[in-house]
Design a protein around this ligand. Structure first.
Ligand SMILES: Nc1ncnc2c1ncn2[C@@H]1O[C@H](COP(=O)(O)OP(=O)(O)O)[C@@H](O)[C@H]1O
Ligand SMILES: [Mg+2]
Length: 342
């Protein structure tokens, strides 16, 4: 069992501003949880608090149902993988992987066995004599993973481990890390600012903003039922349009729609970029910019004077006008002040 529980977790570095603001989260044994949010929202701080590298301002952290607030980092049985790899430059790959075991005074023969086993699993067995500077970025990242795995920790913490890799390798390593998780059957807490990494890797995604949890749920629920405008805008590509609702009726570029729920006044609707030509009400618009992204095009235009875009297939005909097709069923309604879903 290696659950991680955060209870009313608060962290302030300066005693004034809380960068972590009352976080409550239960991460189950063997779960792969992704913390996602933009830079500065507090992701690394949460990992550092769990690892014990930073003192908690208030609240509790439980690992395996035991409070660890006052447990030394090295006794928390946690492995941390950093974006920067943090390898020892003067040590070989073998010694980098073996380091944690040597520190813990493991038997030499056992160390060798474990290092070779991990090196094999990560395709590093040919590189054991090399120094980090003789490795590619992807190989260095695998050494950093190897060093974490070899100790059989209860929990893996990974802080943007793929950010320094080029795009193709990043996609490849995404699935490698997922495979590793399946094999090791250990709890993973993975931090990223990248929504695609979050959606593809997480059993559960925790969306953070300004040190607060905005929503914590499966990728499907986060995508299909965002709790608020922040989550809707952060995960996926959503258009936001200002509307005025009277007697459940509103207009987009002069075309009338009727809401299913009783809504009135100034609200914001959201429609995903990929749903803009799949509905039943036609609205012609004039494209301002057309971007080619490979498998599809992204077209930009205005709706109710709000900048919007649509993802459309390459074979879709674009003349002077683009014929949008949108449906009330694909619209999300957000409160203009709070951003909460109505
Ligand atoms: N050691 C520190 N001292 C003071 N402020 C810090 C420290 N580390 C992080 N912060 C601040 O805390 C906030 C959250 O930072 P961080 O957890 O690194 O965010 P993220 O990893 O999501 O980018 C930021 O405003 C950052 O400037
Ligand atoms: Mg960070």
């Amino acid at each position: 069992m290696s659950s991680v529980i955060l209870k009313n977790l608060v962290k302030s570095y300066d005693g004034e501003k809380n960068v972590i603001n009352n976080i409550n989260l239960e991460i189950k044994d063997k779960e792969f949880v992704v913390l996602v949010g933009s830079s500065g929202c507090g992701k690394s701080t949460i990992l550092r608090l769990i690892a014990g590298l930073e003192d908690i301002t208030s609240g509790e952290i439980l690992i395996d149902e035991k409070i660890v607030n006052n447990i030394h980092p090295k006794d928390r049985d946690i492995a941390f993988v950093f974006q920067s790899y943090a390898l020892y430059p003067h040590m070989s790959v073998y010694d980098n992987i073996a380091f944690g075991l040597k520190m813990r005074k493991y038997d030499k023969k056992l160390i060798k066995e474990k290092v070779l086993e991990v090196a094999k699993a990560l395709n590093l067995d040919e590189l054991l004599e090399r120094k980090p500077k003789q490795l590619s970025g992807g190989q260095r990242q695998r050494v950093a993973l190897g060093r974490a795995i070899v100790r059989n920790p209860k929990v893996f913490l990974m802080d943007e481990p793929l950010s320094n890799l080029d795009a193709n390798l990043r996609v490849h390593m995404r699935s490698e890390i997922k495979r590793l998780h399946k094999k090791l059957k250990t709890t993973f807490i993975y931090v990223t600012h990248d929504q695609t990494e979050a959606l593809t890797m997480g059993d559960r995604i925790v969306v953070l903003d300004k040190g607060k949890i905005q929503q914590a749920d499966t990728p499907e629920v986060i995508y299909n039922k965002p709790a608020n405008k922040f989550v809707a805008g952060f995960i996926g590509q959503m258009n936001f349009i200002d509307i005025e609702v009277n007697n459940q009726c509103f207009e987009i570029n002069g075309h009338r729609f009727k809401t299913e729920k009783a809504i009135s006044g100034s609200v914001i609707i959201g429609i995903r970029a990929e749903k803009m030509i799949l509905g039943d009400v036609s609205i012609p618009v004039i494209p301002e910019i057309i971007e080619m992204t490979g498998g599809e095009r992204i077209v930009y235009f205005n709706l109710n004077n709000c900048k919007c875009c649509a993802k459309i297939p390459l074979d879709y005909k674009i003349g002077e006008n683009l014929e949008l097709k949108i449906s009330i069923k694909d619209m999300y309604f957000f409160d203009k002040e709070s951003g909460e879903v109505i």
